[in-house]
Design a protein around this ligand. Structure first.
Ligand SMILES: [Zn+2]
Length: 268
């Protein structure tokens, strides 16, 4: 089932936490503009599976004229930012944006379950999880979505609980950062599918989308503009800036409250 790391939000009774970060406030986990390539490796899987993922992501994300692209390596060894593990059971999920960099080198950052019978569902899974890796949020949680859930029906699902529904299904304005100016997009690849009975309107249903929508593209263009003249340029090379980011994360891991802030994983 879809899930977010339980540590994504600090409990409100942690006094000092509010001194640093307001949990209701957005967090910027976008890849910095100095990082041009996100290196992806596969920890398992057949040649066909790897190619399916790489081709689809290249077609849908690498064709967007934005500051960051995915680069795929078929061999498992070597430097990587995202590590895909194919699973046959359970849900797919991914770390969000730069929180991928905090995950230890040998561990997966993304689980992909591509065992759906309908190929469109597999395409949706791949593009949805890579959307999270780019720091996209769930579209149905957009303040403008107007989604009205039938919580009782959703709670009957496998591995679901009230916290999971709050985190992954309900409208959450705090997830939508200042750069998020695109209106709600029903066709976003980040939108969950809902079958009849899962929404308050008993006749309503929403199918998943197997493609990155125009709204998703517009959103990414805003998040990762090619030219960002209003921001000071960092003088690091790509490799250095990743090392620097990892270094900051390593340092912040010692301060557990900050680790909670950075480490985020999102379900399908
Ligand atoms: Zn998701």
């Amino acid at each position: 089932m879809a899930r977010r790391n339980a540590t994504a939000y600090a409990p409100s009774d942690e006094g000092n936490y509010h001194h640093h970060v307001n949990p209701a406030k957005w967090r910027d986990l976008r890849w910095p503009t100095c990082i041009k390539e996100i290196n992806v490796r596969f920890l398992n899987g057949s040649y066909q599976q790897k190619l399916l993922v790489a081709d689809l992501v290249r077609e849908h994300y690498n064709t967007i004229p934005m500051s960051v692209k995915f680069r795929f390596f078929l061999e498992p060894e070597g430097d990587s930012d995202i590590r895909v593990l194919f699973v046959k059971m359970g849900d797919s999920h991914s770390y969000v944006g730069v929180s991928n960099l905090i995950v230890p080198e040998q561990k997966p950052t993304m689980m992909l379950n591509l065992e759906h019978k309908n190929p469109d569902n597999n395409k949706n899974t791949i593009l949805h999880e890579f959307g999270h890796a780019l720091c996209l949020e769930h579209e149905h949680q957009h303040p403008g979505s107007g989604i009205r859930l039938n919580r009782r029906a959703l709670l009957k699902g496998k591995n679901t609980n009230a916290e999971c529904i709050d985190d992954n299904y309900e409208i959450q304005p705090s997830l939508f950062c200042p750069w998020r100016t695109e209106p709600y997009d029903r066709h976003s690849v980040m939108h969950y599918g809902f079958s009849k009975g899962q929404l308050r309107d008993p006749e309503a249903y929403i199918l998943v989308n197997p493609a990155v929508s125009q709204g998703d593209r517009n959103q990414l263009l805003q998040m990762y503009p090619l030219k960002e003249s209003h921001k000071p340029k960092l003088l690091y090379t790509t490799a250095d800036s990743k090392k620097l980011t990892r270094g900051i994360f390593e340092a912040t891991k010692k301060e557990s409250r900050w680790a909670k802030f950075f480490l985020r994983v999102k379900g399908r």
